[in-house]
Write a protein that binds this ligand. Structure first.
Ligand code: NAG
Ligand code: NAG
Ligand code: NAG
Length: 582
């Protein structure tokens, strides 16, 4: 992703204001990010660490966006990402590069790709890594060329014996793929990891659009050098606009084990994900890939487009998965932008994080994915508390004491003993959980729920972010809503504080129990409902609930009492986070 329009800063500000006023999706000429030209060349001299994250992926300062080319190679995890070396707004993008042996402690090495050649002089945008036979990694990325066309380029490690693959070279035969034959040269980006077909040809897709139809344009190659466009796209969907950062990979129909991107055949389903530039959210489907026809068909359980399934119903975009051959799992990275103002981003001197990497696999029922923070994150757990069997009476809350929670990992299980008072569910809500949460936030009394956590809360609850469940009764079943409500997260009124929500596919009448895990990190609230079936990431910027003044509460604003059968909480330590070059 990363399309910038060369438009005047003032125009962007006007559009931003218009969007804020209308507070709904407007086709802002499909600007991928606001472009603040007057700020792009400014060195960010300010630095405010107050709300900076402790254990989420971040460089020491400045702007970041999409994760790029994640891979595992010879014992080392690599993460590249879109980075502005100069300031805290988008601009001057390079492929920054970090390495790790555990996905938690990161060391920054020199940026891997800079704009230097005619085929990328106007931009080095997102892309993916592929490990070729013989254990040879390559990167495919979008370059913006001298004519401002989006083209696809390849880069190779200069020295395969360097354990960190610090230097990358771009062969002279770039660009590899050009926007010819009716492809819109301003809407042609973000090549996927390539997969190898049974016919001996490599395949990859590139995000695009034709009018309002989103497209995953398919290319094939025998030698990874000469790429030929297929007659048909791998997949398209009308009315969805530009498809950024497509991702396409196999999942096992049975179990949590991940599959290499080229796996195909019995026992394998496929997942197709896009980032919709129109909504700035991501959607995926689970479906069937027919390699003979080279087409992907979603199962139909979930639609393409903006009412479909999401990895994360919050602040999460431009994600990318990779196959971790060491852990035999598929791992998902995603970018969470700031929802603070540009002025604040500038005075903070930093903007954007990557969420905690998540293992991702197909749910037992095959209709959706399940995600869980990689287990390595648990090595950061420090001081622990545990509470068992506590009734949270209707309208009550209590504080969880004994650990600091500005930087914490909290797991809680609620037991819903009776569903009698569940509120009726209006079917018109079923495609708009976020809207429903906007009406029925954490403060709005319900029947069964809202119950959950107040995180990043000040001592008297003047500030708090509510992460909770609310159970409704529809004709034939119960509907569970999971919600993140930051409307009272900060005293400051000029912040963007949208409620985020998704439904949780759980049979609450049968289970009675429902779980919630929340990773709290100063300005990040990253939550996993019912063991990773529904995930929500939110950015919040408290004024009072900062550092040692952060508190954690359990609350129940429903008419029905709830039992909290267990709560475990851990303080989280700081890993090494890009604190120096190796
Ligand atoms: C390649 O990397 C290895 C390991 O770091 C190093 O010993 C070697 O000198 C490098 N080769 C070149 C040509 O730079
Ligand atoms: C090509 O894409 C750009 C960027 O979204 C858009 O402004 C333009 O209208 C598109 N051109 C055509 C011919 O569709
Ligand atoms: C993150 O920031 C908020 C607030 O400025 C915007 O509304 C979102 O569109 C933006 N998200 C992305 C993916 O750019």
């Amino acid at each position: 992703m990363g399309a910038s329009r060369k438009i005047a800063g003032t125009w962007v500000v006007m559009v931003a204001v218009a969007v804020a006023v209308l507070s709904r999706w407007v086709d802002v000429a499909e600007a991928s990010h606001a472009v603040y030209e007057h700020l792009q060349s400014l060195e960010s001299s300010n630095y405010d660490p107050k709300l900076r994250t402790g254990y989420h992926f971040q460089p020491p300062k400045h702007w970041i966006n999409d994760p790029n080319g994640p891979m595992y190679y010879n014992g080392v995890y690599h993460l590249f990402y879109q980075y502005n070396p100069k300031g805290a707004v988008w601009g001057n993008i390079v492929w920054a590069h970090s390495v790790s042996t555990d996905l938690i402690n990161w060391l920054a090495v020199e940026p891997a790709i800079h704009p230097t050649e005619p085929f990328d002089i106007n931009g080095c945008w997102s892309g993916s890594a592929t490990i070729l036979p013989g254990n040879r990694p390559v990167i495919l990325y979008t370059g913006v060329d001298t004519l401002s066309r989006q083209v696809q380029n390849i880069a190779f490690p200069k020295n395969l014996s360097d354990p960190y693959l610090r230097k990358w070279v771009k062969p002279k035969y770039n660009p590899l793929i050009q926007p010819v034959g009716g492809i819109n040269a301003s809407s042609f980006r973000d090549p996927t990891t390539a997969w190898y077909g049974r016919d001996g040809r490599w395949r990859l897709v590139i995000g695009s659009k034709r009018g309002m139809r989103g497209e995953a344009i398919l290319y094939r190659s025998r030698d990874f050098k000469r790429w030929v466009k297929a007659k048909h796209a791998l997949h398209t969907a009308g009315g969805t606009g530009m498809w950024e950062c497509p991702d396409f990979y196999p999942v096992s129909i049975d179990g949590k084990q991940g599959l290499d991107t080229s796996e195909y055949g019995e026992g394998v389903k496929h997942v197709f994900k896009v980032s919709l530039d129109l909504t700035r959210y991501e959607y995926y489907t689970v479906g069937t890939y027919d390699q003979e026809k080279d087409q992907y068909v979603p199962d139909g359980a979930s639609p393409d487009g903006n009412t479909g399934l999401r990895y994360d119903y919050g602040n999460f975009y431009a994600s990318k998965t990779f196959y971790d051959a060491a852990g035999k799992r598929r791992i998902l990275w995603g970018w969470a932008n700031e929802s603070d103002s540009v002025t604040d981003d500038n005075s903070k001197g930093w903007a954007g994080i990557q969420v905690i990497p998540r293992a991702v696999w197909l749910d037992k029922e095959g209709k959706q994915l399940v995600q869980w923070p990689v287990e390595e994150i648990e090595t950061l757990r420090g001081k622990q508390i545990q509470i068992k069997h506590k009734i949270v009476k209707s309208g009550k809350f209590f504080e969880v004491k004994g650990i600091q929670t500005a930087q914490a990992d909290v797991e809680v299980i609620f037991d819903v003993k009776s569903l009698e008072k569940a509120e009726p569910f209006d079917p018109s809500w079923s495609t708009n959980p976020q809207g429903l949460c906007g009406i029925k936030g954490g403060e709005v009394k319900g029947g069964v729920g809202p119950f959950g956590l107040f995180v990043l809360a000040s001592s008297k609850l003047e500030e708090r972010t509510a992460v909770f469940f609310r159970v409704f009764r529809s004709d034939d079943k119960h509907v569970v809503l999971m919600c993140n409500d930051p409307t009272r997260s900060s005293y400051k009124s000029n912040l963007y504080k949208p409620t985020f929500a998704g439904f949780v596919d759980v049979d609450i009448a049968k289970n009675s129990k429902i779980s919630l895990r929340t990773l709290i990190d100063h300005s990040v609230v990253e939550s996993f409902g019912e063991n990773g079936k529904t995930c929500i990431t939110s950015r919040v910027y408290p004024s009072l609930a900062v550092g040692s003044n952060v508190h954690l509460f359990v609350f129940n604003n429903g008419a029905e009492d709830i039992e909290m059968s267990q709560l475990k909480g851990w303080e989280m330590k700081n890993p090494r986070m890009n604190d120096g070059e190796i």
